[in-house]
Design a protein around this ligand. Structure first.
Ligand code: ADP
Length: 306
């Protein structure tokens, strides 16, 4: 087991950032930690990487307790924090040698730095100051520093945030490549990113895990949820829609347009139609929708369905 988190709670004063969170990540998995801003993703990552102590509960990396064996944990973990803090006045090669020095790489330092620059595609930039690099290349420097001591586990906090679409693809590919050899936990609020890279997704909302599934299971879960998009010609109350047989939830998309979640394996359209006729409402359009992972994420983090 690469990462094990048992009943972790973290309070910042009166604010509960994590509330009894438990999870397990096996060696070799690439896991997406997804959640809206303020969900507790960074806090969880800071606890796993020994940057912040939890209020209660236990966390382990490669079976080392993050509090009791924090030095061992730090050897096992590479961490790219959110906003990737770097020394902008340092040259790329100088910075990586500096970080390698902290990890006491000794005679392996030069070769390891060269290897990191090759893996992350930084060779041509090595004599540039970090401040002169594009955001995508700065992320590569961040990844190189996180990998330099050859950790088994890589923790990446929003590694693609703020990048342009090309840079996002490059960094995603890099993470996929690195993930062939390491356990990777990375946070994002983009569900497609999880689909593109991960074999597992953990959804967190308001400090609680609301889903923990393989991406394949998430798809099955998605397939089990049926959504119907209906547009009426007038205002309808949500409570009225919830009374229609087979309707589980109704989300107002705009004015008279609703996204209605219904029981799986049952076509609720005839019931919705009967409801409209009974109340003398016209149905302007009605379509069965396939729910995307993005919508599943939205639902999970709005209503806490599991
Ligand atoms: P995420 O990474 O999912 O955006 P965070 O872990 O950064 O979420 O934050 C979780 C909650 O804890 C938020 O409500 C945030 O405002 C709060 N929080 C984070 N860091 C601190 C801190 N140092 N002091 C007080 N509250 C904090």
């Amino acid at each position: 087991m690469s990462i094990k988190v048992n009943n972790i709670t973290k309070n910042y004063g009166a604010q509960k950032a994590l509330n009894d969170v438990s999870l397990k990540i096996d060696a070799g998995e690439i896991v997406g930690l997804v959640g809206p801003n303020g969900a507790g993703k960074s806090t969880l990552m800071k606890i796993i990487t020994c940057y912040l102590p939890q209020t209660s509960g236990d966390a382990f990396v490669c079976d080392f307790n993050v509090i009791e064996h924090s030095l061992e944990v730090r050897k096992k973990v590479g961490y790219l924090p959110e906003h990737n803090p770097l020394y902008l006045d340092m040259y790329v090669i100088e910075f990586l040698e500096f970080i390698g020095g902290i990890y006491k790489l000794g005679k392996n330092l030069k070769s390891r730095v060269a290897e990191m620059m090759e893996i992350t595609g930084l060779e041509l930039e090595r004599k540039k100051k970090i401040g002169a690099l594009s955001k995508g290349y700065r992320q590569r420097v961040g990844l190189a520093q996180a990998l330099i001591h050859n950790p088994e586990v890589l923790i990446l906090d929003e590694p693609t945030s703020g990048l342009d679409p090309n840079q996002i693809i490059e960094i995603r590919n890099l993470i996929k490549e690195i993930g062939k050899e390491k356990t990777v936990l990375f946070s994002t609020h983009i569900m497609q990113e999880v689909e593109a890279i991960c074999n597992k997704v953990i959804v967190i909302d308001k400090g609680k895990i609301v889903a923990d599934r393989t991406t394949a299971d998430m798809h099955k879960f998605t397939a089990n949820v049926q959504m119907i998009s209906v547009e009426f010609d007038t205002k309808v109350e949500k409570s009225e829609l919830l009374n229609i047989p087979g309707v589980l939830d109704a989300i107002a998309v705009k004015d008279f347009l609703w996204s209605i979640r219904t029981e799986p394996d049952k076509d609720a359209r005839p019931e919705i139609f009967k409801f409209a006729v009974k109340h003398n409402i016209t149905v302007l359009s009605m379509n069965m929708e396939e729910q995307s992972l993005e919508e599943t994420f939205h639902q999970l983090t709005q209503s806490g369905i599991q």
